[in-house]
Design a protein around this ligand. Structure first.
Ligand SMILES: [Zn+2]
Length: 392
């Protein structure tokens, strides 16, 4: 339940509907304009795209980031992609993609650490905490080819400026295209029915036997699900992750501890005070300020849940934020809740949150003219924000 990379991509190449599950990260190529008789080699770049939350002395900030750096040690190649990854149409790398693929150095963990260090160094000190959420890490391959003695940039069809200084790319190790992909047929492992899910979903739904599935390296795995009970009729259900975690460095075991941390002005009944504490966070992409607001409000509310025996017939919003990214952001949720905030921020570095288990919970909402509304919890989510998930 607490796996790292589990985003699925609907496969456009198979006759039977299926999904592609990339190992570690998704890989894309930039389009080339090379002459038809040239052999294309692809140079890998790590790309880090998403939203960074940082907590400094003046509070929690967020910003969008789209950063890249070359994943091959060769001075012929520009150190970053510049604006190419945003300006050009990216194509998914599959086994059918032709060309030679240079092997990237390092792995996703090193690449992510590198970007996080670089981003932190651009923030005013002190930075007590920095986390990321969103699509985060991918490999983008830019095309090159040889013409005579010179190396050409395949995007612009122009010679590379510094090709003479560099070892020839033919000396770099290469790997096959699409070797990182696993094909997942979109069929329910229990009843064989077609599974539903949109193009970049994390969770596939079986409407026949009311089960939800996520892809793992071992195949499809059923997800534990629940819902918040409500006497009111719902128009739609929005997915949230509820995470049980051990918090080290501050006392945070039950609701009484949370009330103390957030300096809530109410006196709690003993049964509420001793209720176990859980983190909550949206399981869908939404603007960062809303993400933090929803996570804080639900974590403070600690709503009740009941097992989801049967999937509701109403609209189920797709799960688009993996639980692994939720876990990265739990400390930011704590920072948003703690009072007095400025005294709490410097303590963040000494706090360690160890996730133990996660549950996908559907919360009922009614649909207003512009918003999803949850009257019991007094929550509103602008519907346009959910349409703008490309921002993340
Ligand atoms: Zn089924």
């Amino acid at each position: 339940m607490l796996g790292e990379s589990d985003r699925l991509y609907r496969c456009d190449f198979c006759r039977v509907q299926s999904y592609l599950l990339p190992r570690n990260v998704a890989r894309y190529v930039l389009p080339h304009r090379a002459p038809a008789d040239r052999e294309i080699a692809y140079v890998p770049y790590w790309r880090f795209k998403g939203i960074l939350f940082t907590c400094g002395v003046d509070g929690i900030r967020h910003r969008f980031t789209d950063d890249s750096h070359c994943a091959v040690d060769n001075p012929a190649f520009p150190p970053s992609l510049g604006l190419r990854s945003q300006a050009l149409r990216l194509k998914f790398v599959t086994p059918a993609t032709t060309g030679t693929f240079l092997q990237p150095f390092g792995g996703p963990r090193q690449a992510r650490d590198f970007f996080m260090r670089r981003q932190a160094s651009r923030q005013p000190a002190p930075v007590f905490l920095q986390t990321q959420v969103g699509e985060s890490l991918s490999l983008i391959y830019t095309p090159i080819f040889r013409q005579g003695q010179r190396l050409y940039d395949g995007v612009l069809n122009r010679p590379l400026a510094r090709d003479a200084e560099a070892p020839p790319p033919e000396t770099h190790p290469v790997e096959p295209a699409g070797d990182h992909l696993r094909f997942i047929p979109a069929l329910c492992p229990i009843c064989g029915q077609d599974l539903e899910g949109r193009r970049d979903t994390l969770v596939l739904v079986c409407r026949q036997c009311d089960r939800l599935w996520r892809a793992t390296a071992k195949g499809l795995e059923e997800i534990r699900t629940a819902r918040m009970p409500s006497p009111e009729a719902a128009d739609a259900y929005l997915p949230f992750w509820r995470v049980r975690a051990e918090v080290k460095g501050i006392p945070l075991v039950n609701f009484g501890d949370l009330a103390h941390l957030a300096n809530l002005p109410t006196v709690l009944k003993p049964d509420r005070e001793s209720r176990p504490f859980r983190f909550w966070c949206p399981a869908f992409k939404v603007r960062p300020a809303t993400l933090l607001h929803l996570a804080s409000a639900l974590t403070l509310a600690q709503p009740p849940v009941e097992p989801l025996e049967k999937l509701p017939r109403e609209e189920l919003l797709p799960v688009t934020l993996p639980v692994a990214e939720t876990i990265d952001n739990l400390k930011i949720v704590l920072a948003a809740l703690a009072r007095p905030a400025r005294q709490f921020y410097p303590r963040l570095g000494a706090i360690d949150i160890v996730p133990k288990s996660a549950l996908l919970v559907f919360i009922p909402f009614t649909v207003g003219s512009h918003e999803y509304l949850q009257p019991e919890l007094k929550l509103a989510v602008n519907r346009n924000q959910l349409a703008l998930t490309g921002l993340l």
